[in-house]
Design a protein around this ligand. Structure first.
Ligand code: CA
Length: 317
């Protein structure tokens, strides 16, 4: 009989009548967090010395921080707090225990009160940029956007943020820091409208942070126009001007190559001498006629185009 009582979690010294045991007693305190989650801590004692099996608050199970839930705690996520409040500013929540006899007891109560929550504050304000395709700049033609995110400590949730830029366009200049991955974060989209370096700023709670963002135009063909006589080859370089080149292609009667590859049929580009510029050659066969030409088009990773045209000149002035 004793071993059976032990298995059931009841003291062996008494003949336990579960219908007559006194209920669990204890206390609890709700601490509302700035992100509208709550940390609930409390104490519990079973007057009969029985095992306490579970304690829950708002449907969330508590951790036993000491033997038999003598001290316990439970984190209520913001969604749970929101559900409990049901639109109200203030509501009472109960701690419910279940003991070894299976008896449930509402043994403590405290209030969730939105009016007495802590005030948000900002520290560690920072800016991050997310470029499309993991590039490190935006095109000046406005064809792509970067995401600008202000990050701050979790206690900054709910604070307004002001964004600014020295060129280009932000899709919003004020927003609010919201919860994200244990941080406060607010994101706006940025679009470039002219080449240059812009200083993006974010200000919140008395802090200001700024960071440079590169907006780049198309690459440049050097030169982007030239005469070429029949039987000659002409070197053309592609200066990316900070952009990331994708490829060059060509159309026309004259030839165009890079690294020995005909870019009229196989778009590409080779930097033969490692100076960061594609090295192209325009070639005019002996049979080339006056007015024969080739047009080279180089695009960067955003599709911004650089165009150059090379032609056989009229030899008669
Ligand atoms: Ca080169």
């Amino acid at each position: 009989m004793i071993w059976l009582a032990l298995l059931m979690g009841c003291p062996p010294a008494v003949t336990l009548n579960c219908s007559a045991v006194d209920p669990v007693f204890g206390e609890m305190q709700v601490a509302l967090q700035v992100d509208s989650s709550a940390v609930v801590t409390g104490t519990a004692t079973h007057p009969e010395g029985l095992a306490i099996r579970t304690i829950s608050v708002g449907g969330e199970p508590a951790n036993a921080d000491d033997f038999n839930y003598a001290e316990w705690s439970v984190d209520l996520p913001a969604e749970v707090v929101d559900d409990l409040l049901g639109g109200a500013d203030l509501i009472d929540v109960d701690a419910i225990s279940t003991d070894a006899c299976g008896i449930s007891t509402r043994f403590a109560t405290d209030t969730i009160d939105l009016q007495t929550g802590p005030d948000p504050f900002v520290e560690d304000l920072a800016l991050t940029f997310e470029f499309p395709g993991e590039h490190d700049y935006l095109p000046a033609d406005g064809s792509a956007q970067a995401l600008v995110t202000a990050l701050a400590n979790v206690e900054a949730i709910g604070m307004p943020v002001s964004f600014g830029t020295s060129l280009g366009l932000l899709d919003a200049t004020t927003t609010v820091l919201l919860s994200r991955d244990d941080l406060a974060a607010a994101t706006v989209a940025f679009t470039g409208d002219s080449p240059g370096v812009t200083l993006i700023t974010a200000s919140s709670g008395g802090q200001t942070v700024s960071r440079a963002l590169n907006v780049r135009g198309s690459a440049v063909l050097l030169p982007n126009a030239a005469d070429i006589d029949p039987g000659e080859a002409y070197g053309v370089q592609v200066d990316p001007d900070g952009a990331t080149l994708a490829s060059c292609s060509a159309e026309g009667e004259l030839g165009a190559t890079s690294g020995g590859v005909d870019i009229k049929t196989t778009p590409g580009g080779t930097d033969s001498d490692g100076d960061g510029r594609y090295d192209l050659f325009v070639t005019a066969p002996i049979s080339a006629a006056v007015g024969d030409s080739v047009t080279i088009t180089c695009v960067d990773v955003f599709g911004q185009q650089a165009v150059g045209t090379y032609a056989v000149p009229d030899p008669t002035p």
